[in-house]
Write a protein that binds this ligand. Structure first.
Ligand code: MG
Length: 226
């Protein structure tokens, strides 16, 4: 058995800034914060991003405030998603179709999005049913912990006691590469997000690709342990 864990933003889809805009709308609607401090989003978890916004704007990091933030974020996400073009990143559709046809492979998510945000984004792009399990950004400020959650979810999904070296992570940031290492997984870095090839190379992925269109080459790596 081999497990493939996909990041979402910059790897499967580009929302054209809908995610950032929904975060900004949430801050304004729930906490009357306009023009929030710029916060780096790439490769981070929603929980971690929210904590940084709260710290920057003097909002107490209570569970109730986190719930308020999440509710406002989810309420505005759909509108932001539908107001711009739907961009599936190159090669994604073909690669997912090939993976689904292969036996002894389980395909899931390893994303900093909250679970419901991931569901809404992927449903908007017609991809949600491809990912029956995953690790999400609801509980963990650090992406390494999301990787641990995703591995545990893969074990539950398959009913197997999987090792990290049976897992491939596919993501577009140095944080994706680091979190894969945290669980002993292999990693393919793809330069379809905001990080250039040289930045990703510096974080030493096992495989580095410009995009996911080289389906045969990528499949060869992903199935090498089968
Ligand atoms: Mg990403």
């Amino acid at each position: 058995m081999q497990v493939i864990l996909f990041d979402i933003d910059g790897t499967l889809i580009s929302t054209g800034g809908a995610g950032r805009d929904a975060l900004n709308t949430a801050l304004e609607v729930a906490f009357a914060v306009r023009d929030p401090h710029p916060v780096f989003l790439q490769g981070r978890t929603d929980r971690g991003i929210c904590q940084e916004y709260f710290a920057q704007h003097g909002i107490t990091a209570t569970e109730a405030n986190w719930e308020r933030f999440q509710a406002a974020y989810l309420a505005s996400l759909e509108q932001h998603l539908t107001s711009r073009p739907r961009t599936l990143l190159p090669g994604v559709q073909a690669l997912l179709a090939e993976l689904q046809a292969l036996p002894r492979l389980a395909v899931g998510l390893l994303t900093g999005n909250v679970r419901e945000g991931a569901r809404r984004k992927l449903t908007h792009y017609g991809l949600h049913e491809r990912f029956p399990f995953g690790g999400f950004g609801d509980l963990h400020p650090e992406r390494d912990d999301v990787a641990r959650e995703a591995l545990a979810a893969a074990c539950t999904h398959t009913g197997l006691d999987l090792r990290g070296d049976q897992v491939w992570v596919i993501g577009d940031t140095p944080a994706d590469i680091r979190c894969a290492r945290a669980i002993g997984a292999h990693v393919i870095a793809v330069a379809t997000g905001d990080h250039q090839l040289d930045e990703l190379a510096a974080a030493q992925p096992d495989v580095l690709v410009t995009n996911l269109t080289t389906t045969a080459e990528i499949l060869e790596h992903l199935t090498s342990g089968l």
